[in-house]
Write a protein that binds this ligand. Structure first.
Ligand SMILES: [Zn+2]
Length: 57
């Protein structure tokens, strides 16, 4: 973490500099907003959906 080559939080691919998308994800475990990095908006949305499903279990 903290390096300039970031990985997508969902698919774990490396993201080219300047192409990363940051999204604040509501974390159901810690009950706070955490900024995560994704390769695309699509992956950000899937990740957010999956984490909210975990909350229901
Ligand atoms: Zn991705």
């Amino acid at each position: 973490m903290g390096l300039f080559k970031k990985k997508c939080e969902y698919c774990r691919k490396k993201i080219k500099r300047g192409r990363e998308i940051s999204k604040k994800i509501n974390d159901p475990v810690f009950k706070n907003l955490k900024e995560k990095t994704f390769c695309s908006l699509e992956h950000a949305e899937i990740y957010e959906k999956e984490i909210s499903l975990k909350k229901c279990r």
